[in-house]
Design a protein around this ligand. Sequence first.
Ligand code: GLU
Length: 384
Amino acid sequence: MQDRQRVVVKIGSSLLANAEHLTLRYAFMHGVMEDIARMREDGVDVVLTSSGSVAIGLSTIGKTPETAGLLDKQAAAACGQPLLMHAYKQIAQEYGFDIAQVLVTLEDLEDRRRFLNVKNTISRLLEHGILPIVNENDSVTTQEIKVGDNDRLAAKVAQMIQADEFVMLTSIDGLYDRNPDDPDAQHVPEVSDVSEYLEVTSQVSELGSGGMLTKMRAANMAQNAGVTTRIGEGLVDRPITAILSGERRHTRCVAIGDPDSSWRIWLTDRLVQVGGLVVGPDAAERLSAGRTAIGREDIVSVQGEFTKGDVLHIFDEAGEELARGMSNFTAAETLLLCRNPDQSPFDLLGYSAAARIISAENMAILKDHHLPWDAPEDDVIMVE
Ligand code: GLU
């Protein structure tokens, strides 16, 4: 357990970029950095996750959010990211500290080894007293292989560094029980079960990729890891510390009390679904009872072009997700093993291998506080 408090702060494009001119809002950035300086003086380690590269870079290439295609957005991110970091650096220097840029891709978070590399880099920056500023490396990622929203990316960072608090700053003072434009909408000060709010939170902000829905998903990832999330307004004085002290109204998504190990947290909270398995009734029963390995005889169908080391979503035949676990085999190998249960892995694959498709130590059973994913309909191959 680290002795200094750790806080991850996420700020979105709609706060950083002036919607009309797509230029940086320096006054806002000053407010945030001044608040971070205050927290640092109070002994808090802060990691900032900042969007804005695409929005800020669009004007450089003469595009708008409406006219930009995917390649334009990748180019815009390459133009905007240095502007963003330059501004942060200048402001941080006024407050006597330094910043560092940490750009990550989906694979850096979904692959365990790369995830640990990022974690080590961020930890070392914090040890040196530098503020890490994390963003997705948008110029090298395409729609299919990206996180897509910095809300969940920041929640991953909060899990990664075992933060105490996760603060998402946005253009509204938190969650409402219906569309906030509705005059009857009520502010929700505290959320335990985010699944109750998934339906009402489908509005997407204009400049960023997030909205309250992705914030709920992100808050769920944080709470699964024992991190409390606070969602509140950014364009105000002392935006972070006034939320953390409870002086300013916001929504607090309460952390669960007894989180799993960091390995199981990483296994459970996925950013994309690369593959899945449907298991028969015996295996489903075993998983529901908390007994965990998956053998070749358990599998009814295989979904997706997964590879060895990918984390799979495991469903029962009714489509209910039960668990997630890291595969010992590729999708093709899994099918071969399942279709020939009497032959040894060595005979089938040409190398000695574990007899289990997913080993017990690489499996995480979903609990009530996890948000399950839907069973995919495409790309499903029956074993028999
Ligand atoms: N990474 C994107 C950017 O910097 C933003 C993603 C988001 O809006 O959440 O522009």
